[in-house]
Design a protein around this ligand. Structure first.
Ligand SMILES: [Zn+2]
Length: 112
């Protein structure tokens, strides 16, 4: 049990090191919002109810609202940035949680 836990903790920290040092990583704390909009051009299909798909990157971190239109050519890339943020924060939380347990385990074992 203790052994499995230690292995898991080691693995988590290794993943974190890879994430931070292995490659250039872009991450962003925001969500993508898909909306269906009208463009305002006269006679456009959107005036007949066929609205355009538009993607926005939105954030309300620290009470500050921000949003920006994401061109469709960049949607996939930006979606990956959002995913990277969640992956990184999940991993940080897990390593942090593991560190609490690691400290407890080492104290119980009289390890230093
Ligand atoms: Zn239109």
């Amino acid at each position: 049990m203790v052994c499995c836990f230690t292995q898991r903790f080691r693995k988590l920290r290794s993943r974190l090191a890879q994430l931070a040092g292995g490659r250039t990583l872009t991450l962003i704390h925001a969500t993508l919002s898909v909306r269906h909009v009208t463009c305002g051009k006269k006679g456009c299909r959107c005036t007949r109810g066929e609205r355009h798909r538009a993607v926005y990157l939105v954030s309300s971190a620290k009470g500050k609202k921000r949003q920006v239109f994401v061109p469709s050519a960049m949607e996939e890339e930006v979606r990956a940035w959002v995913g990277n943020y969640h992956m990184a924060t999940d991993l940080l939380e897990q390593v942090s949680e593991g560190a609490w347990n690691e400290l407890k385990r080492r104290k119980e074992e009289g390890d230093s």
